[in-house]
Design a protein around this ligand. Structure first.
Ligand SMILES: [Zn+2]
Length: 168
């Protein structure tokens, strides 16, 4: 693999691919550093499966050409990488995506690095109508950017209030 170096005159496509290359390298570097710390911390009881980072194959493949996923911190942060990107000595692991949505991943990352996420979370949590009806009561459903869906007939003062989609 050759290192990517941006040059004057590169097309938007080449520049975009280059930015992805840099992103993939940084993810890989994070994985190596994090696994290195874990190995050091568990001296004498190294268990490859206990390492926080690895890669797995996504099946069924949702995006042809981006079949592999680099998983950081036990599946809390996952990144699809192009098939031709060399993952070096990163270990293959069993799929361990923890169910996060993309927005959640970045909110987690932001809070880890000290970025104020309050206004972001508020935006992400705000529901909008999207043309679907509640299967329980027929009112319009709301959906936010975290892909949570719930009934707009919520928090009612009457018996008609509906709890569809509300988390316990
Ligand atoms: Zn409802």
């Amino acid at each position: 693999m050759k290192p990517f170096v941006w040059k004057e005159g590169m097309s938007a496509e080449e520049t975009k691919n280059g930015a992805y290359w840099e992103r993939n390298m940084l993810v890989l570097m994070y994985a190596a550093l994090s696994n290195g710390i874990a190995r050091k911390h568990h001296i004498g009881q190294v268990d490859e499966h206990g390492l926080p980072c690895g890669w797995y194959r996504h099946q069924p493949d949702p995006w042809p050409g981006w079949e592999r996923v680099v998983s950081l911190e036990y599946g809390r942060f996952t990144f699809h990488v192009p098939d031709d990107f060399d993952l070096g000595n990163l270990l293959e692991i069993a799929p361990n995506w923890d169910g996060h949505k993309t927005a959640e991943k970045w909110v987690r990352a932001m809070s880890k690095v000290g970025i104020d996420v309050e206004p972001v979370i508020k935006d992400l949590m705000t529901g909008e109508f999207f043309g679907k009806q509640c299967p329980r009561c027929g009112a319009s459903l709301l959906r936010n950017q975290l892909d949570d869906e719930w009934c707009s007939n919520v928090g009612g003062r009457s018996l008609s209030a509906c709890t569809f989609g509300l988390k316990e």
